[in-house]
Design a protein around this ligand. Sequence first.
Ligand code: FAD
Length: 317
Amino acid sequence: MKITDHILNAKGKTLFSFEIVPPVKGKNIQELYNNIDPLMEFKPPFIDVTTSREEYVYINKSGLLDKKLTRRRPGTVGICASIQHKYKVDTVPHILCGGFTKEETEYVLVDCHYLGIQNVMALRGDARSEQKYFEATKGGHAFASELVGQIQNLNCGKYLHEEIESDNCADFCIGVAGYPEKHLEAPSLQSDLKRLKEKVDAGADYVVTQMFFDNQKYFEFVDAAKEIGINVPIIPGIKPIAVKRHLQLLPQVFRIDLPQDLIDAVDDCKDNKAVRQVGVDWAIQQSKELKAAGVPVLHYYSMGKSDNIHAIAKGVF
Ligand code: FAD
């Protein structure tokens, strides 16, 4: 079922969902299942599965010159299909511009369609770790709005090469990313919101936000989005702080602010076990307020480990 239909069917009740990261190449899928299993108690109607772009790794074998290899975490669509089969919930594969040509993207979308995956999240992706700025892959898209356009074309039976037009249309429900504290490259929140509107105008059906730790930022973002005519559901994304290093890492990587009370509470912790508890308590407090405000879904970034997400959901749902 489409995410937008799940939201409609919930009739105002806030739903629970979460995002998982595929295992690295060579690892098996059981650990992922072990982390999903406890969360099924909270009846998520859908689970997101991230995609990572290619990264270069250098292997130095017995003093010989470094060998350059390209690696990515494989399996997003396969994991989505296996979760749908095992748990009977919808899945949302993340589809990236970066690292993929339009043709490769089309094949992934056709696979999703055949597998009965009805939702996709359309994202640009970040620069590779050795790049300063994002560069579009040759033959790929430069912005998520273009990717949304390609998916929307498939929904109309239009494949990449115009001689192929089919009445076998896909019917993907399309999610896109939104940034309550603006995307790190955007010159202002207002211009980033205009870019979000372009994604919605191109066919996006709902928005999932970047993590934020101050609900006021989300409420103001939703108001500003509505003001410029963005009328699709805006799902808040919640990430619990889990280690002390997050105090530096999250603002540095995502350019988000952390509230002083949260910083102080983490600073006072003796070890990362205590930090994890502070993260859980903060996320419960955030989630309860968002739920009371009637958000359609509370979407959690699990980063592969679910014990803290389970504790939060227990406190909220
Ligand atoms: P876009 O919407 O394309 O925007 C990127 C930047 O370009 C913004 O600054 C925007 O203002 C600007 N812009 C947009 N259109 C134009 C234009 N026409 N001209 C000039 N500027 C423009 N990353 C992954 O690698 N894998 C994942 O699975 C993944 N999942 C995510 C899930 C969520 C919910 C979120 C919030 C992020 C996720 N990301 C993921 C990270 C995301 O890929 C990065 O934040 C990326 O830098 C931007 O992606 P986007 O889709 O928002 O890009």
